[in-house]
Write a protein that binds this ligand. Structure first.
Ligand code: SF4
Length: 650
């Protein structure tokens, strides 16, 4: 058995190389059971005011018709919890029986009402029994036990109601809203997230209540993936198998939201983890469902993939990030940020002006290139000529035979096939690239050769349908054999648009999250080059391996939202998207927003109708600012803090 030789403490899935979904226990949620042998379910959350019965019903119907299998609705107080009955009745009257889930924060009394009405309640263990004060206490063991008794007292009535009414429950940890108790004891860590849920799980188990689903969301996909893996590992260790709801919180909108979501969700799905998926986008909730579906559909026939050699010695720590140790070959590997390689079309290389869309703007008057933050590092030209000089920061890759014939080899480097590499003595004295499939790395002759070659970068790809694990396995082989050449992950796709973003984010991002990979090279002949470039930089940004733009952490909005999130996000983005590396959170309400904006540098949070509260990190800087002037005030705050730069006039 493949994983038997792995240390037990590292085991978090059925297998790292053979696709199989971890079998969880079946949880009954109305007419749509979750976990067990059921398909991975899709879900989303309404954004309407829960007191607006018809508005919520109509939005729920749009979601259900898009394929949403569970509809989550916020219940911030007793009134909304009670109104869930009207919403449910109206939906049933109109012929829709999708299970409803009440989303609860801070209000046990609302939860206890909702649990009698809807099919499932979601509680946040960070705030069900605790008010968040962002204080660090020094908890003695005795004090900690007293705290657990207090939680037990507050939470047990809900467990009993759920048991009596056959209501399911999600214990949903959020990285940004851990209780002060957990933060004090475990810190702001994946372990803290897991323990936060387990405190509540133990109470459920003591009451012999098992209709529970767990989640470990974070807006940072690395933290999110590590927390889910750790939870899985704890469950395996303790013989538990509760289904998992997986998602990345506050992923944002558009392409970036999809990239971040796929990076977190896709990485877990690759390892067979997850029973239901929610993609949190700052868009209409029905738009989330096709993204969920596309992520999940990739696994419908995955188990038929070609065999991957089993992992015998697993050198990675699945719960902590560390980058694979590599040598430096020019600007690739060691501590360099991962590079981006692109394959331009014939049209793209026909004129220097066409490079403007990938961050290289040519001025013919000055005969100079202006280089943007998202400008790639390498272009693959194959056996094609280019009639103009490229900027020095953009290196050219040619097929080895073509390169060998070039008279001027300045900033031009050869790409070898395995055969050419093993059988030719010709080399660039600076950089050589070697195209390998995952299966090639098990070739002893090659490994011996690479051991003494400090000038070669491996360009690794795979034809295996289980691509991320196949590539991960190949990288593990390189680590175990002591090969330190940098590796560029190369993937070619037939798909375009959202699918391309989701697939590449999973396949490449899933490796970067584990510190594997020194570059990304995505090819899709039917996609525009600028889209592929944005995608590659987006994956590097979301995996926090190369920061090239502002990061927005915006909540998906819900019935608590105090302003139009989509419009406001677009407005804030319009004035701040040149602030490379700055993280700005845009949150719809003050109840959950501050807790959930995680590691943002600045926060723009709705605190009342037409009112915004501004944060620097977790510290309130200005309360109750009028919405009309809030963006200017936010910019002043960024400026006062030394993070503002004037946008360039280009
Ligand atoms: S932060 Fe956004 S999604 Fe979360 S509860 Fe508040 S308004 Fe709703």
């Amino acid at each position: 058995m493949e994983l038997e030789t792995l240390s037990h403490s590292k085991k978090y899935s059925n297998s790292l190389t053979s696709y199989s979904r971890f079998k969880t226990r079946e949880v009954h949620i109305g007419s749509v059971p979750l976990g067990g042998d059921n398909p991975i379910r899709l879900q989303s959350m309404t954004t309407t005011d829960t007191m607006d019965t018809i508005g919520t019903v109509e939005q729920s119907i749009r979601m259900i018709e898009a394929g949403c299998e569970y509809v989550r609705i916020t219940a911030p107080s007793k009134n909304e919890a009670e109104n869930l009955l009207n919403i449910k009745n109206e939906l049933r009257k109109r012929g829709y029986d999708a299970p409803l889930i009440a989303d609860i924060h801070f209000t046990p009394n609302a939860a206890e009402i909702a649990a009698r009405i809807v099919e499932k309640v979601r509680v946040n263990p960070g705030n069900y029994a605790d008010k968040k004060k962002f204080q660090v206490y020094n908890f003695t063991d005795e004090h900690y036990i007293q705290e657990l008794d207090r939680i037990r007292e507050k939470f047990t009535p809900l467990v009993k109601i759920c048991k009596e009414y056959g209501t399911a429950m999600r214990i949903g940890t959020n990285h940004g809203s851990l209780s002060d108790r957990i933060m004090s004891r475990y810190g702001d860590t994946p372990l803290g997230m897991v323990e936060s849920a387990l405190e509540f799980v133990r109470i459920c188990r003591d009451n012999d209540y098992h209709e529970i689903v767990l989640s470990m969301k974070a807006s940072n996909p690395i933290v999110m993936v590590q927390a889910y893996r750790l939870l899985m590992s704890k469950m395996i260790e303790e013989g538990m198998n509760y289904p998992l709801h997986i998602g990345v919180t506050e992923a944002g909108d558009g392409e970036d939201g999809r990239i971040k979501s796929a990076l977190g969700i896709g990485t877990l799905l690759e390892d067979g983890i997850g029973d239901t998926v929610r993609v949190s986008l700052t868009e209409e909730p029905e738009y989330e469902i096709p993204v969920c579906r596309e992520l999940v559909n990739r696994y419908s026939s995955r188990s038929q993939h070609s065999e991957i050699p089993p992992v015998i010695d697993y050198p990675l720590d699945p719960f902590n990030y560390s980058r694979r140790e590599t040598i430096k070959v020019d600007n690739i590997g060691e501590s360099n940020v991962p590079v981006v390689d692109l394959t331009p079309s014939d049209e793209d290389i026909s004129s220097p002006e066409n490079f403007a869309k990938i961050g290289y703007t040519y001025s013919s008057e000055l005969d100079k290139w202006n280089i943007g933050d998202m400008a790639p590092d390498y272009v693959y030209l194959g056996s094609r000529d280019i009639s103009f000089e490229l900027p020095g920061t953009l290196k050219k890759i040619y097929d080895f035979k073509y390169w060998n014939e070039l008279e001027n080899k300045s900033e031009s480097y050869p790409l070898f096939s395995l055969d050419e590499y093993l059988n030719s003595q010709e080399r660039s004295h600076k950089i050589n690239l070697l195209l390998l499939s995952d299966e090639d790395v098990y070739n002893e002759e090659l490994l011996n050769y690479l051991n003494s070659d400090g000038k070669t970068i491996l360009v690794l790809n795979t034809n295996n349908a289980h691509s991320m694990p196949a590539l991960r396995r190949a990288l593990i082989e390189l680590i175990n054999k002591g090969i330190k050449n940098p590796v560029i992950i190369h993937r070619s796709y037939e798909v375009t648009g959202d699918d391309l973003a989701l697939y590449a984010s999973t396949d490449i991002g899933g490796l970067l999250l584990d510190g594997l990979g020194d570059g990304a090279w995505v090819e899709s002949s039917s996609s525009p080059l600028d889209m592929i470039n944005r995608l590659a930089f987006g994956v590097l940004q979301a995996s926090r391996t190369r920061i090239s733009k502002t990061e927005y952490i915006s909540c998906p909005s819900c019935g608590r939202t105090l302003f139009d999130l989509q419009e406001t996000t677009a407005m804030i983005r319009g004035r701040t998207n040149h602030l490379k590396g700055v993280k700005i959170a845009i949150m719809g309400c003050i109840v959950n927003g501050p807790g959930e904006m995680a590691d943002a540098d600045y926060g723009y949070v709705g605190s009342g109708p037409g009112k915004i509260t501004l944060y620097r990190g977790k510290e309130v800087v200005k309360r109750g600012v009028n919405a009309e002037s809030a963006l200017d005030e936010l910019i002043n705050l960024i400026r006062d803090n030394g993070d503002w730069i004037e946008p360039s006039s280009n």
